[in-house]
Design a protein around this ligand. Sequence first.
Ligand SMILES: Nc1ncnc2c1ncn2[C@@H]1O[C@H](COP(=O)(O)OP(=O)(O)O)[C@@H](O)[C@H]1O
Ligand SMILES: [Mg+2]
Length: 239
Amino acid sequence: MSAPLLEVRGLAKRFGSLRALDGVDLTVPHGGLTALIGPNGAGKTTAFGCIAGAQRPSGGSIRFEGIEIAGAAYHRVARLGLVRTYQVVQPFAEMTVLDAVTVGALLRRPRVASARDFAATTIDALGLGAKSATIARSLTIADKKRLELARALATEPRLLLLDEVMAGLTPTECAAAVELLRTIVARGITIVMVEHVMEVLMPLADHVVVLATGRVIFDGSPSDAVNDPGVIEAYLGRP
Ligand SMILES: Nc1ncnc2c1ncn2[C@@H]1O[C@H](COP(=O)(O)OP(=O)(O)O)[C@@H](O)[C@H]1O
Ligand SMILES: [Mg+2]
């Protein structure tokens, strides 16, 4: 049997006395979409930070295709094929859309001309083609989210961690984003997605993991998740 795409065991992250992640286990198979849900402050973004190499875990193991990556640098993890998007889009604010996506494409295409070509193709595929020369900062929220996705896709990932890419989108924009995510999964890219809109997630997810105060309280199918008393109490049942 081949290793799962991602296998996280006992992942811990402390900020001083706060246990933001308190022994998280997470297994992501090859293919499909896993939803990571839970109340604000549950540790979802911190988990992404640790898995994608932006934050050093306090403990635990993270294996990507059997390779231990806990504590590895972001660029090494990205080169292996694991990238995340950011909940708050920041670092590329002063760049044009094309330049920001080219930064992603340079990971596998060291020649700038070839990276720019690939970035342009990726931008077109996400419907941002008309905004190639726009400065990222002045994009609408929906387009900023699309830019984040384009930048991540330009690295040609095997596993994509998406942190609230739907937040702030109108229902129409959400529907377009859902279609986009379906085509990404159909291309064989595995997605783990943090999202709050259950109506969006449930039809899209193959697998649901629920975090609350740094621990996994549910791991199973979407239909079981919405009927689980612990999930309802910790997350779904809140006003
Ligand atoms: N850099 C940090 N320093 C201190 N505490 C942090 C830091 N990042 C996150 N936290 C805390 O860790 C917990 C989990 O945060 P986060 O991972 O952002 O949750 P979520 O994404 O599920 O809303 C929260 O209590 C948050 O305040
Ligand atoms: Mg978060």
